[in-house]
Design a protein around this ligand. Structure first.
Ligand code: F6R
Length: 410
């Protein structure tokens, strides 16, 4: 049932090319760029008149919601609020029947998320669900559901369901943009074309031949290039051999698995991915980890940095997007602040970025994609890093202590 993998989590990480493809399939036209969503009881008129989208979710699904805010606001120019489902109804939310509620939940049975949905409905909002389980409780009260077709997720730590949620959010954002007339046909077609390239990019990162083939641990992927300024040993410095992504993360796990704390940094849409990287690490390896917006470091957390602190920085950029490039440049100066204080930086960067590898100890490369789609690629090395660290520490990767797959109590 684990298809030859040691753990469900690793199997599910490797199923991401297929999960993304199946969540996109049949919903977008590669000829016109148009998005077609399954029948909903929310009309295009409702979507045009919506005052805002209110997202409520828990844990990893909440991280997807935070990233979805960037997608929807940027493409559809519609304000988005993101709440922890467990907080939503305790803040006496303001009733706004023109606000559309969006519940994001892998299981569709999370008690807090269902309670947030009930509160939204009581305040007069229509609700939509992004859910991985057909017929789950959340879908029965929703006016429409976008099913993530990730397939059953067994590992407690969510992986393929998360990237499928990001994909569903992107498709929804495009749909809203098309209905509301905030995107040109040309831009739609460009983004849909880029979306369709993701399964292939993920497959090559994971060293899988096609989204349908099982993963293999052999072969050639992106290179690992410890930089010259790295405080690495001679052997590490000389290891410029090309390793597959999973092997690179295994190597990082060897170097860092004894750390007591980890920091994950990102900016903009990459910040929720930093949060997700930190959550993956804490839940399966029991290492304390925090995700932080890169620009907030100087307002306090810089005090934590010393030579024993690994800092994972998401420093990706879309060169065709000026705001992405600007963010990247700001992130580079944040990285310099960390290295100046002897922090040990592991950067997630775009293939071919040699500027960054000069600055930091370790660089993991991922393929290029438009800014709003990069999260789907950049979370993969963070999942693999958490996985390999947890395995090295002898943790029960698929069944971490104190956690349940589906949390049906509030
Ligand atoms: C973390 C994880 C949890 C869930 C959360 C919500 O890896 O899986 O944080 O994301 O419990 O669960 P769902 O999405 O089923 O509502």
């Amino acid at each position: 049932e684990k298809a030859g993998y040691k753990h469900f989590m690793l199997k599910e990480i490797n199923e991401q090319p297929r999960a993304i493809r199946d969540t996109t399939l049949g919903r977008v036209s590669l000829d016109t760029g148009k998005v077609f969503l399954e029948a909903m009881q929310i009309s295009d008129e409702d979507l045009r008149n919506a005052s805002q989208i209110t997202i409520a979710a828990c844990g990893t699904s909440w991280h997807a919601g935070l990233a979805g805010k960037f997608m929807i606001e940027r493409l559809a120019r519609l304000p988005v609020e993101v709440d922890y489902a467990s907080e939503y109804r305790y803040r006496d939310p303001i009733a706004d029947p023109r606000a559309i509620g969006l519940l994001i939940t892998q299981s569709g049975e999370t008690a807090d998320t269902l309670a947030a949905q009930a509160e939204l409905i009581a305040k007069g909002s229509k609700t939509l669900a992004i859910c991985n389980v057909v017929g789950a409780a959340v879908t029965r009260k929703a006016q429409g559901t976008l099913t993530t077709n990730a397939g059953p997720e067994i590992g407690v730590a969510s992986t393929k369901a998360f990237t499928a949620q990001l994909t569903a959010l992107f498709v929804l954002a495009l749909h809203l943009a098309q209905v509301r007339g905030t995107i040109s046909d040309e831009e739609s077609l460009h983004l849909v074309t880029e979306l369709s390239k993701l399964p292939g990019k993920l497959a090559s990162m994971l060293n899988i031949n096609s989204p349908d083939a099982p993963g293999s641990s052999e072969g050639v992927a992106a290179p690992i290039r410890p930089s010259t300024r790295a405080a690495a040993s001679d052997t590490e410095r000389r290891s410029t051999v090309r390793l597959p992504l999973s092997a690179q993360c295994e190597e990082l796990a060897r170097l860092f698995h004894t750390s007591d704390d980890f920091l994950f940094l990102g900016r903009g849409i990459h910040y929720p991915i930093a949060l997700e990287g930190a959550l993956k690490l804490k839940e399966i390896s029991y290492i304390h980890a925090e995700g932080y917006p890169a620009g907030e470091m100087k307002h306090g957390p810089n005090a934590l940095i010393d030579e024993s602190l690994p800092v994972v920085c998401i420093a990706t950029k879309d060169p065709n997007d000026p705001s992405s490039v600007l963010k990247y440049e700001k992130t580079l100066s944040n990285i310099q602040e960390v290295t100046a204080r002897s922090g040990r930086v592991i950067a997630i960067a775009i293939e071919g970025d040699t500027e960054i590898s000069q600055l930091v100890e370790q660089t993991i490369y991922i393929p290029q994609a438009p800014e709003l789609l990069l999260p789907i690629l950049e979370v993969v090395p963070l999942q693999l890093l958490a996985y390999h660290i947890a395995v090295r520490r002898g943790c029960d990767v698929d069944q971490p202590r104190n956690l349940a797959k589906s949390v049906t109590v509030e």
